[in-house]
Design a binder for this molecule. Sequence first.
Ligand code: GDP
Length: 449
Amino acid sequence: MIDRDTIAAIATPAGAGGVGIVRLSGPGARAIGEGIAGRALMARRAAYARFRDAHGATIDDGIALYFAAPASYTGEDVVELQAHGSPAVLHQLVDRCCALGARRARPGEFSERAFLEGKLDLAQAEAVADLIAASDVRAARAARRALEGEFSRRVEAIADAMLRARIHVEAAIDFADEPIETLGGPQLQADLSATAAALEALLRDAEHGRRLRDGLHAVIVGPPNAGKSSLLNALAGRDRAIVTDVAGTTRDLLHEAVRIDGVELTLVDTAGLREGGDAIEREGMRRAHAELERADLAIVVLDARDPAAGRDAVVSAAHGAPAQLWLLNKSDLLPEDGAQPSGDVPGDALAVSALTGEGLDALHDRLRALAAGDAGASEGAFTARARHVDALRRAAEGLVQARGELARESLDLAAEALRQSHDALGEITGRVRADDLLGHIFSSFCIGK
Ligand code: GDP
């Protein structure tokens, strides 16, 4: 075990509250806690105590709780001092902890210790932060699932299958005299195909989990004056974007976090996409294109009276986003006779009016459905981060490459591709596995010895 110091921090949010908690973790936690409480602390027993400063003056009275290692959040000895939630009281308690030998904890250091003590893997430690930051029930549930290891277990299962494949391939290289069939060549291909399928499914779920955590990243795009800024305002419920009828007003991107029925949406209003314009406007367009490339959804806004106007430039720009939602705005200006607008738009385009609010409920429903993904995928969903999605993508690419090399019987290249794929998975949970391999080979695969 690594010899660590003892850390202390206020665990409850900044500001005044009914109860505030100072948390200690490390080998000195119990002694420091007992020094402040002035009495012995028994594991898992709430001890009512008077917390005193160096001169014996009362800081506050409250409850001290001691969790003995390893049965604590961090896996170390932990003491929680629960006092009245006054910043003055809590700061005095932390000062007292430090005077008695503790050090102020860095952000996330309690969870970092839980990771180092093997209480949580990296993905689970990240899920703790996601749970704390979760802004709606669904995101909180998804973070809980990741915290309980649902995501990690699936990563581990795939990593284990990959480890077995690596053992086969490395052994086939090391024992080149053996025919590859005895090393399970055909079986290996079959196993890798199953692993690839599992990896693809996990990647899809992680992408869904990433949206649950980060919200759907939607970019509003459309020709000048289609009503993009007005729609952003209508969705945001306040005047955030500047609305004018001078074409090219929105030169920069406006980032607006909008919450609709508990779903976080980031809307980015883009400069109108059109040819020409001055340097600033062109820069706005460049940013709009860059934004579209990393968007989950392009919200295409056209003027309902003339959907064909500017449509082609918008279509080519919106092409970069994986999903599109078409809106025909200014529906209030359409003739009463219900004549269909001319112009080539998808059948599921929504008629809306940023001015009167017409169609905005339907738009909310669409956005919510898109953000949530399909209902089936929400069942058992877990939160994931961009870094996880990236690692899973690299793992999937490595696996595709490995299977190709195996088919060509280039064992060295297959081994290398599998190693990279396996390492990418290891990054997610933070389990160091590189050195495991030799041990596994010689313990589980002792050919002819
Ligand atoms: P943007 O350039 O696409 O961001 O368009 P704006 O939001 O600035 O709107 C351009 C003009 O259209 C403004 O004068 C708005 O008031 C007007 N406008 C926007 N949406 C509607 C709508 O639904 N109905 C009507 N009648 N006017 C609208």
